[in-house]
Design a protein around this ligand. Structure first.
Ligand code: GLN
Length: 201
């Protein structure tokens, strides 16, 4: 584990992929674009990027990634869902009968921050991050409506849960890859390193 370069996968079927790859490089880890189960097998953690959750959900099934991602996450692989990626992680999506990966014990509301201001940036107090508030970029962002007892709430904005963690699973409503602030990627890397201390080869 000491001196090993962590490989952090980014689901590469649609959405904000290259920006995450840049952030991963900037924290000294190696980004791996994950489009097929073979590349999933080599990563130590996985980012599910923003995009459009229905499209992402359809494509992960089409590329045969749905079951392998679920399986590895249930075995402990750290997964970080940002925006649409958070929706992919959820057990329940308000107003829909279906869900995607059904990994995290949360109910989410899609597009919850109003149509009149589809995108905005806000200062987010994020538990566990030191220093200034995190610059949260929200783009037609979801929020977490309810969270199970194993889920730790990490950030609230306008009375809505916008970041949470359940063990190896991390979720944020906003887009950390669209700022130069690397603290959330570092946070995820630390989750992977803790997992790796036990398991990585
Ligand atoms: N609102 C989108 C959805 O429901 C997510 C938007 C985003 O990822 N920026 O899938």
């Amino acid at each position: 584990m000491i001196g090993m370069i962590l490989k952090i996968g980014i689901l590469d079927v649609q959405g904000a992929v290259s920006e995450h790859a840049k952030s991963i490089r900037n924290i000294g880890a190696q980004p791996v674009l994950v489009k097929h189960p073979e590349s999933l097998a080599e990563v130590h953690g996985l980012i599910l990027p923003g995009g459009e959750s229905t499209t992402l959900g359809t494509l992960i099934r089409k590329y045969g990634l749905h079951d392998p991602i679920r399986e590895r996450a249930r075995q402990g692989m750290p997964v970080f869902g940002t925006c649409a990626g958070l929706i992919l992680l959820a057990r329940k999506i308000e107003g829909q009968d279906d869900h995607h990966l059904d990994l995290m014990d949360i109910t989410v509301n899609r597009n919850s921050f109003g149509r009149q201001r589809d995108s905005f940036e806000a200062d987010i107090e994020f538990e566990g991050l030191s220093g200034a508030p995190f610059p949260g970029v929200f783009i037609r962002a979801p929020h977490i409506v309810t969270a199970g007892s194993d889920v730790k709430v990490l950030a609230i904005y306008r009375d809505r849960i916008v970041a949470a963690r359940q063990g190896n699973l991390l979720a944020a409503s906003f887009h950390p890859e669209l700022t130069s602030d690397l603290r959330l990627h570092e946070y995820f890397k630390a989750v992977i390193e803790r997992q790796c201390a036990a398991e990585c080869v």
